[in-house]
Design a binder for this molecule. Structure first.
Ligand SMILES: [Zn+2]
Length: 174
């Protein structure tokens, strides 16, 4: 059986290949039970659609567990080609290319436990709650077994022509 960890191993390895984030960067602040996005998570979030930023910035003020934004949130078309090759992603038209998706994970002592879905579900319940409260329509990856993934609903936030045209130009989509 393919586990979440198997599915995301390439991303995890990619992240591990870089510098290990410090506790400060991850944003752990155990004394107040209030969490903050770390430096790297903030940089990634700042690049996505402002409505997604609003959801995740409300989320972090309410979460009871620390969470991190994954580097896979921001992708180039080259990255996406690699993801499809590895089987991590099934489509070239990833919502990540349009800056309309975020991959986030709960952290336990600064680490991601890919085998425990409970923290992922708690994180996603709260993300959905924050989106509902802000009136922002999202689609959750857990409905298709991609628990770190949340995206803006395509019918409300359609794919944009700049990326679609580039994908067509490269012959990746029709
Ligand atoms: Zn994703």
């Amino acid at each position: 059986m393919q586990t979440l960890y198997d599915l995301w191993k390439p991303l995890d390895a990619k992240e591990k290949a870089g510098e290990e984030p410090t506790i400060e960067e991850i944003g752990v602040n155990n004394t107040s039970q209030q969490f903050f996005w770390g430096k790297r998570s903030k940089e990634l979030l700042s690049q996505v659609h402002e409505d997604l930023q609003a959801v995740f910035n409300l989320f972090i003020t309410r979460t009871k567990q620390d969470c991190t934004i994954m580097p896979s949130t921001i992708r180039t078309i080259e990255d996406q080609i690699q993801f499809v090759k590895k089987g991590t992603s099934k489509t070239f038209k990833s919502r990540h290319l349009f800056k309309m998706a975020v991959d986030s994970c709960p952290l336990k002592n600064g680490k991601i436990d890919w085998h425990d879905l409970k923290p992922f579900n708690e994180m996603n319940d709260l993300i959905q709650e924050c989106a509902d409260e802000l009136g922002i329509k999202i689609r959750q990856g857990r409905t298709f077994h991609d628990h770190p993934h949340n995206e803006l609903l395509k019918s409300v936030y359609p794919d944009t022509d700049d990326v679609l045209n580039e994908l067509r130009r490269r012959g990746l989509i029709k």
